[in-house]
Design a protein around this ligand. Sequence first.
Ligand SMILES: *[C@@H]1O[C@H](CO)[C@@H](O)[C@H](O)[C@H]1NC(C)=O
Ligand SMILES: *[C@@H]1O[C@H](CO)[C@@H](O)[C@H](O)[C@H]1NC(C)=O
Length: 350
Amino acid sequence: MRLLWVIPLLVEAHNKSFLHHCATDCNCQEELRTANCSQAFLRLLPSQLPPYTEHLDLSQNQLTHIPRRAFQTTRRLKTLFLNDNNISSVADGAFSPLEGLLKLDLSRNRIAALGEGFTLGMGCLKELLLSENRLVSLDTHSFQHLDGLLRLNLSHNAIHLVQVRAFGCMGTLRRLYLDSNRIWSLDNGVFTTLKSLEVLHLQRNNISLIEIGALTPLTSLALLNLACNQLTSIHFKTFLSLHTYSTHILLENNPWHCDCDLQRVFRKLHSIRRLFLDDYHNLRCTEPPELQGYGLTEVDAELCIAEMVTVLIITVAVVITVVAALVMAQRRRRKKEKHWTDGASELSYD
Ligand SMILES: *[C@@H]1O[C@H](CO)[C@@H](O)[C@H](O)[C@H]1NC(C)=O
Ligand SMILES: *[C@@H]1O[C@H](CO)[C@@H](O)[C@H](O)[C@H]1NC(C)=O
């Protein structure tokens, strides 16, 4: 009887010492719930980490692959740093089941594609860092299951294609960094459901086309950075359709084609009180050749002059034609009248 009573205790003690073993390359602190394995020349994930670990730092190692359920013995993880490794493949379900994970840093690796199951089992994630990787496209499956995400950093990749609904379920996302990629167009539907998005960084891409409804879903947008792209002109309606409280828009370092249309678009944009064109005074013309290098504000008063002169000439021509026609008509009537009265007087003499 007595022995039976002791056995569970022994088993528990054994489990404890076994499970709380910290890999030799790491530094584990139970009271802080941390395991620090940074800069340990690791090529493989550490085989044993204490299950209490909530903050795991595996940054600056030489990891190349994250297998399926790689962290299933440390299910309480809240933050996981895998940045500055050499990771090129992440298996579907690699981070499952980390239902408490809040922050995942995969910056500065070699990830070229995100599998359909990449986000599996990370339902609570708030911040996902994927900057400085080799991603080329984002499709509808890239970010499934990330319903609570607040920040997504995808800057410095090679993304040229963002499919419609790529950010599918991210109704809570506040900040999206897509700067320094190769995006060339923003199509309608790309930002569908991003109704909480406040900051959108799109600077340093190749964007030359923004479809008229592309920005419409962004009803909370406070900052839109489109500097350093390939915009030559914009549609007034593209920005008019931003139904926000107040939005700051950055547009400098684009190859603007300075003509009367562009001048009109900006004049109308200035009249919308909720939109702030913060760097309007820095916009420079690339086309036409005679205006290259000039600031848009320096020439904007003249851009519509040629058009105004044409309008004036046409107006004057029309007025002259009308007046001439009237005069001619008057003359003809007078002639007729004269003819008639002459005839009448001739008649009366008979
Ligand atoms: C990273 O991995 C690639 C193969 O994927 C290899 O050629 C390269 O040498 C690795 N770099 C480092 C620093 O380990
Ligand atoms: C996003 O990633 C880039 C590149 O690594 C970095 O410079 C930037 O600070 C990051 N932004 C945020 C808000 O994390």
